[in-house]
Design a protein around this ligand. Structure first.
Ligand code: ADP
Ligand code: MG
Length: 577
């Protein structure tokens, strides 16, 4: 038996670990399962390259609760450790065996999926355990070792009689952490962090119908059929899917695989996603993932189902702020990248070069996908516009690159259900909708019902009227007006409409001159002319013989006040969705 001191200069590191290492105590399980996964993948790699002459088989990781003994066991069938290796890897806090392994097998192992790299993960066990045991048998022909540490810097290391290859970690759960002896709590953690990890994880057993057994059907004397019940068998309860869709090649996946994976990610989400984007890049950074455009319209689940960030199939967080551009945080799906620095502040992330590249890669992929959807099936794209416009319009406002790309697929619907790109719209109205300064005037309505008569009168004059009703549209209009030359937007009920150069003047007033004059006087008396313009003119319907309009600038002032001030401060003003 060896006795010794754990090799750190601090007198007692454990209280520090307990307090400061991770604010979230629950991540200890993720760390220990990551280590078990690493141990398994390392063995896989060594058998592949012939450095370990053992049968790799079909190894799994088991998590077991011993409620009476107040213990939690994590057992793997990985490469194990010799006593010497325990000394080296466990007793030296902050020495990462994972990093050493990757260094040693630099060329062959870089795609092996090894997770660890800080050399601190193991010690997170002390956040929830008062004593930790490691019983481990290396794949090398050496005796097993048994390490015990009660949270002081002292440990014991002695031989063990364990015969199967691999490592068992035993946590003696502390009094203040007994929640981790509850099956439901562990189950919750496994599903949160380990649902897509690459080695099968067993947590208990479950009963299923025996697939080998076909229930027999018998007929009684009257010819009534009865089928015997299915035979039940007990199988391992494997909580994870080791080969999630995002780790596969897009060419190997069908449409239903993508929707199936969406279901796996968000079991409570019943709406189908509108479409997906498969991300897959390995230079200059490593990133895989699948993003989904959800239906945005009145979706209660909206806030809860977010993009999930993984590293080598280990769940890290569903707060991707700073990693994907803000407008894409409304999407759903998975991003997996070992190149995103963790445990650093969000403001640091935003300044990180690799993260910036990742963010702009994602933006570009999303824009490319939208463009190809638009080009390949415009009708379908138009049908989905209402559900995706918020994301696109928000992107156009917040990301200059996206604004440029969106030129190809951003749509401007009319009140009659036609959809124009900006260029199409421009060509359509340039001859007919200019003001006296030769400025192009784009007319729009935001409410088809309320602005019905104005819309009708504009249409009667041969004008196109857009229907722009998203909550951030006034900001987008501002942006377009400042980017495009010599254009302005005007609401159909604004005064601008009267200044347009009309193509033809064929409509004739239904009122004669005398009637017009007296009506004009009457109206000016009852309507405050400082706020509105009264205009008596030909309208083609009997319902509305005249129009009252509000000067465009006044209307905008009001709108700005209503949405909370200046147009530039987009982020603070995003409506709750
Ligand atoms: P990291 O995983 O970042 O290297 P950890 O503190 O999580 O750091 O683990 C330290 C080292 O201990 C690992 O690199 C590995 O060499 C060893 N180790 C931990 N758990 C196991 C295990 N289940 N099987 C084999 N080796 C392990
Ligand atoms: Mg680790």
């Amino acid at each position: 038996m060896t006795k010794g001191n754990i090799n750190v200069s601090v007198e007692n590191i454990f209280p520090l670990i307990k307090k400061f290492l991770y604010s979230d105590h629950e991540i200890f399980l993720r760390e220990l399962i990551s280590n078990a996964t690493d141990a398994t993948l390392k063995l896989k790699h060594l058998t592949n390259i012939g450095d370990a002459k053992v049968e790799y088989g079909d190894p799994k990781i088991e998590v077991k609760i011993d409620k009476e003994g107040k213990k939690l066991h994590i057992i793997d069938q990985g490469l194990g450790m010799t006593a010497e290796e325990v000394e080296k890897y466990i007793n030296q806090v902050a020495f990462s065996g994972a990093e050493e392994f990757l260094d040693k097998y630099k060329d062959s192992a870089k795609d092996s999926g090894i997770i660890g790299h800080f050399g601190l993960g193991f010690y997170s066990a002390f956040m929830v355990a008062e004593k930790v045991e490691i019983i481990t048998k290396s794949f090398k022909d050496e005796p097993a070792a048994h390490w015990t540490c009660d949270g002081s810097p002292e440990f014991t290391l002695e031989p063990s009689d364990k015969t199967e290859r691999g490592t068992e970690i035993i946590l003696h759960i502390a009094e203040d952490s007994t929640e981790f002896l509850e099956e439901s709590r562990i189950s919750e953690l496994l599903l949160k962090y380990n649902k897509f990890m690459p080695v099968s994880i067993k947590f208990g057993t479950k009963e299923i119908n025996d697939p080998e057994h076909e229930p027999a059907t018998t007929k009684d004397a009257e010819g009534k059929e009865t089928t015997e019940p299915h035979r039940q068998i007990t199988v391992d309860n494997i909580i994870n899917n080791p080969n999630p869709a995002w780790t596969k090649q897009p060419a190997d996946l069908k449409e239903e695989d993508y929707t199936g994976f969406y279901r796996e990610l968000y079991p409570m989400q019943f709406e189908e996603p509108l479409f997906h984007i498969h991300l897959n890049v390995d230079y200059p950074f490593n990133l895989t993932g699948i993003l989904y455009f959800p239906k945005m319209s009145n979706d209660m689940q909206m806030q809860k189902d977010k993009i999930q960030l993984y590293q080598n199939q280990v769940f890290v967080t569903d707060n991707v702020e700073g990693i994907v551009p803000e407008f894409l945080t409304m999407l759903r799906g998975v991003i997996d990248s070992p190149d995103i620095p963790l445990n650093v502040s969000r403001s640091y992330l935003q300044a990180d070069g690799a993260v910036k590249k990742i963010s702009s890669y994602i933006t570009r992929k999303v824009a490319d996908k939208l463009k190809s959807l638009f080009n390949s099936n415009r009708e379908d794209f138009e049908a989905k516009w209402n559900d995706i416009k918020i994301v696109i319009e928000y992107g156009m406002l917040s990301e200059e690159k996206f604004f440029e790309k969106a030129e190809a697929f951003a749509l401007y619907p009319t009140v009659d259900g036609k959809y124009y790109t900006y260029e199409e719209l421009y060509n359509k109205i340039k001859a007919n909708q200019t003001d006296k300064d030769d400025k192009l005037v784009i007319l729009y309505a935001s409410d088809k019902e309320a602005q019905h008569s104005y819309i009708e009168s504009a249409k009667a004059k041969g004008y196109e009227v857009l229907l722009l009703d998203s909550p951030i549209i006034s900001h987008l209009i501002q942006k377009l007006e400042s980017t495009k030359e010599n254009i302005s937007f005007a609401r159909v009920d604004g005064d601008h409409i009267n200044n347009l150069i009309k193509k033809d003047e064929t409509t004739i007033s239904k009122l004669d001159e005398e009637q017009t004059k007296s009506l004009d006087e009457l109206l000016k008396e009852v309507i405050p002319t400082d706020k509105f313009t009264v205009q008596l003119e030909a309208m083609d319907s009997d319902e509305s013989p005249f129009t009252i309009t509000q000067p465009e600038f006044m209307r905008r002032m009001k709108e700005m006040q209503a949405t909370g001030g200046g147009g530039m401060n987009m982020f603070g003003n995003m409506p709750e969705m």
